[in-house]
Design a protein around this ligand. Structure first.
Ligand SMILES: Nc1ncnc2c1ncn2[C@@H]1O[C@H](COP(=O)(O)OP(=O)(O)O)[C@@H](O)[C@H]1O
Ligand SMILES: CC(C)(COP(=O)(O)O)[C@@H](O)C(=O)NCCC(=O)O
Ligand SMILES: [K+]
Length: 257
């Protein structure tokens, strides 16, 4: 069985797969100081709670936080006696090309999203991932990652308002009923939510313009469901796109490495 780990700047998601069959998924906050022993206690407790038969033989990691990889490697070695594939490392093969400026270290999550998008939807794609940051990954007709856009994340934008302005409270994001807010919280939610709708529309339109072609827009990430509530920003929504990409990359490395 495969343990696939997607570590973002906010959350780390563990998923277990038996070939193509999905077994289970659990989420913890990202903390580079968490040790291999702590991960194992947490994971084995959940597996026991759900009464799942698990035999992990393989592990693949994508991490936007380089420091967490050390303890995840120890987890693989000590508890599962396996050497993990780490996306972005030279010994991890990718089934797609990466066409960016020399020396650019593309976020591994963006590479994984590209592979998943290409596997599921072919080419000419824009993958929008609403995580800590909001990323737009542009996928060419042959499935290559050819660049994209990085914008501040939705929660990050709300946090920035709260931190910089003494009278603005901490606010959770929600879709506001109206654009004109009649209280502070509604005003802040409106600015970020509708501002984001505009940001997504404008950036996607300009990407399509620059590429001079129609492109399919796919959304994923923790906050993607929020924007599913608004008028057709996206052609597809895929909750666990990144996890799917990790299984594809794992299989590709098993077959070719
Ligand atoms: N179901 C949810 N409802 C509300 N906020 C969420 C949910 N899941 C994640 N978030 C928030 O969305 C943001 C992005 O989450 P996530 O996609 O896990 O980020 P990352 O991949 O960067 O760790 C975080 O600020 C997180 O707190
Ligand atoms: C842009 C990101 C911070 C997004 O990370 P996330 O929101 O998923 O935690 C991550 O992909 C990253 O660190 N990228 C490196 C720079 C690049 O992709 O060009
Ligand atoms: K992201």
């Amino acid at each position: 069985m495969l343990l696939a780990i997607d570590c973002g700047n906010t959350n780390t998601v563990f998923s277990i797969w038996n070939g193509e069959a999905f077994i289970g998924t659990w989420r913890t906050s990202t903390d580079w100081q968490r040790t291999a022993d702590q991960y194992y206690v947490w994971l084995s407790t959940l597996i026991k709670f759900y009464q799942i038969e698990v035999d992990i033989t393989d592990m693949i990691i994508s991490s936007t936080v380089p420091r967490v990889v050390f303890n995840l490697r120890v987890l693989a070695d000590r508890y599962f006696h396996t050497r993990p594939i780490v996306v972005g490392k030279p010994d991890c093969l990718l089934p797609v090309d990466v066409r960016v400026d020399t020396g650019t270290a593309v976020g591994p999550d963006r590479l994984v999203n590209t592979v998943a998008g290409h596997d599921m939807y072919g080419g000419d794609l824009i993958v929008v991932d609403f995580g800590t940051a909001t990323t737009f990954d542009v996928v060419s007709s042959d499935g290559a990652y050819i660049g994209g856009v990085i914008a501040p994340g939705v929660n990050l934008s709300l946090e920035a308002l709260h931190h910089a302005a003494a009278a603005l409270p901490h606010v959770d994001i929600a879709k506001p009923q109206n654009v004109i807010g009649t209280n502070t919280v509604a005003c802040m939610q409106s600015g970020v939510f509708w501002g984001y709708v505009g940001l997504v529309k404008e950036i996607c339109a300009r990407i399509k313009g620059e590429r001079a072609r129609e492109m399919k827009i796919i959304s994923t990430g923790g906050l993607a469901p929020l924007f599913q509530q608004t008028e057709d920003l996206f052609d597809e929504f895929h909750d666990d796109l990144t996890m799917h990409g990790l299984t594809v990359i794992h299989r590709y490395n098993k077959e070719n490495n």
